[in-house]
Design a protein around this ligand. Sequence first.
Ligand SMILES: [Zn+2]
Ligand SMILES: [Zn+2]
Length: 181
Amino acid sequence: MLFAHDTECSLVAAAGLVNTAGPDREGLPDVAALDDFVASHGWTGRHEHTDGELVEVRTLRPRLRRIWYADTDEVVAIVNGLLRESHALPQLIRHDDEPYHVHAVPRDAPLATRMAVEAAMALADLVRMGELSRLRICDHPDCDNVLVDLSRNRCRRFCDAGCGNRAAVSAYRARKAASHP
Ligand SMILES: [Zn+2]
Ligand SMILES: [Zn+2]
């Protein structure tokens, strides 16, 4: 494990959230889609199932996406801004079956606020460890999904939407076409 377990989960969840906003598709079209997203990343705590909450979560995505393109100083400015706006106050807590871990806003804070703060806290770890290069954009030419490379040898190139397979298939076809002109 490279980072603390909750840090890794938060980074993966942040990337997953960013990737729900594609250039020509909306991955969070309605409250039900947000419910699925929340369940798939194991979010607990306040969850209102309202259009207002959905809009707040969608609005967070471009701010988080910006982090994948930013240099260190800009990441720091974004992270500090998110923590300040949310009045973050780190506290060790224990809930459900999890061991002690840090929450920087209460569990009854709005979902989008908690998503922002969890992402910001995890990104703060990345900055402190000099590991921002773990944040990458998918290498597939037709894809602009973001990813977090948590591999030991920093070899991850593609997002988990199947781009690695797509790239392998195109490379295979290109080789075949080249050998049978
Ligand atoms: Zn928790
Ligand atoms: Zn991709």
